[in-house]
Design a binder for this molecule. Structure first.
Ligand SMILES: [Zn+2]
Length: 439
């Protein structure tokens, strides 16, 4: 007797990215509702599962959708407005002044551009931090992509919050707004230790604990951050977080470039997870995160692009390749980060950074977050080991299919949930607005 499902997705290869790094030739994935109910050889599935729709991708590689563990999606609007500058100059003199004037309409547009870019390049979920995050959440729901929102706040009064209490109220109302959502969750997101006070950090952490949500912040990103923290508090950023009881399994720290061996052990013992953002760190000249040391210590790691103004794209294939290559060169050790490790950091590693522990692997019982990469492109020929190609050859533009939570978001080069004609028309108008508001 056959069983009913929604989709049977066929392809020449499946890279499962599961704990055994299994790869399947002539594979098929069965999806029912929002869950993978079978993944294996196509020949074994045909007499068991019957689908409402068969999807035959031919010479392609199916793999888990990628998760971006640190970004600021609306910053697509500021892509390319200020390059070739160090972090503090870039942030304070170029980015903050424009951001302070952004409208909710522009945040919505920036989120649409970002979601469209991510879906088309195989990303099915992201951990965000910005302002007016309710707008980001609404766009994510419309686009069908998973996300964890993070309404950012600072020590100094911003156009968004005059006091931290106002920020707490916004975070509570966003939490209420999305608590029934299948795709969107919320978090608490102080910008960093150098733009908030320890009291604010503590209070915000209490709020995250009370609501049972993640607490995320930028940390140990650059030498100048370490110097500022030492000058103000006489301790380094990670030590500051430790002293105030802010390192925990609820904590997500982005960057962790400037970390001593002792701090790496402290992070691992605390159950804190970190996001590795190699291209943003390189572009801003912030340095190189000792990723291998963090992994060897046992810290949970995801990969993220950071915002599009410091990367300058949201292509997670580029990012995971950079993560692998950078450590090899930095450590003069080609074995430092093998392909399977790099891929797992961008799939299940990043998914866990978002708190989606039921995603990031192709196996029965996991959520149906599935993408496919075209294997017919010249740079993908010939194929001996599909895993190798995904990490060392593939690009985000090779993605031909994206599914999130059992829903198809991208197929045959077309978005199914977003209107690219409208988005690109509006993006042209927004360019003029940004140019007028640049400092
Ligand atoms: Zn960031």
């Amino acid at each position: 007797m056959t069983k009913d499902c929604d989709f049977l997705i066929y392809a020449e290869f499946i890279v499962t990215a599961n704990n055994n790094d299994e790869q399947i030739r002539n594979g098929c994935i069965a999806v029912k509702d929002n869950t993978i109910v079978y993944a294996g050889k196509a020949e074994k599935i045909e007499n068991i599962w019957k689908a409402k729709k068969d999807i035959k991708l031919g010479n392609a590689i199916l793999l888990p959708g990628l998760f971006n563990s640190h970004t600021h999606v609306p910053m697509t609007l500021l892509r390319g407005v200020a390059d070739d500058l160090p972090l503090m100059d870039w942030l304070v003199n170029h980015i903050f002044p424009v951001e302070a004037q952004l409208t909710t309409e522009l945040i919505t547009l920036g989120s649409m551009i970002g979601c469209a870019e991510m879906i088309a390049s195989g990303t099915v979920g992201f951990l965000d931090g910005y302002m007016y995050e309710d707008r980001v959440g609404k766009v994510a729901e419309q686009a069908g992509i998973k996300c964890v929102l993070g309404e950012g706040f600072f020590e100094f009064p911003s156009p968004f919050f005059k006091t931290p209490q106002e920020a707490w109220e916004t975070i509570r109302s966003q939490h209420e707004m999305f608590k029934e959502s299948d795709l969107v969750q919320t978090s608490v997101a102080p910008h960093s230790v150098y733009t908030t006070t320890p009291e604010q950090l503590e209070e915000s952490f209490e709020l995250a604990s009370e609501l049972g949500i993640l607490w995320q912040t930028h940390c140990a990103e650059s030498e100048s951050e370490t110097a500022m923290t030492l000058e103000k508090y006489k301790v380094r950023p990670i030590e500051l977080l430790k002293r105030h009881g802010l390192l925990s399994p609820r904590t997500r720290l982005h960057h962790c470039v400037e970390t001593t061996d002792e701090e790496i052990d402290i992070l691992a013992e605390s159950g804190t997870r970190i996001s590795h953002n190699p291209q943003s760190n390189l572009k801003l000249g912030s340095g190189i995160c000792p990723l291998k040391k963090h992994l060897d210590a046992g810290t949970g790691v995801g990969i993220g692009t950071d915002g599009a103004a410091s990367n300058n794209d949201l292509d997670m294939f580029e990012e995971l390749r950079t993560a692998a290559l950078l450590q090899k060169g930095y450590l003069k050790d080609p074995t430092a980060i093998p392909a399977s490790t790099a891929l797992s950091l961008a799939t299940s590693g990043s998914a866990e950074n978002l708190g989606f522990n039921d995603s990031g692997k192709i196996e029965a019982g996991m959520k149906a977050d599935i993408i496919a990469v075209d294997a017919k492109r010249p740079h993908m020929m010939p194929i001996f080991n599909p895993m190798s190609h995904l990490v060392y050859s593939a690009k985000g533009t090779d993605v031909i299919f994206s599914m999130c939570n059992g829903k198809i978001l991208y197929e045959h080069g077309q978005h199914t949930t977003l209107d690219m004609d409208i988005i690109s028309r509006e993006a042209i108008k927004a360019t003029k607005w940004v140019e007028k508001h640049l400092p």
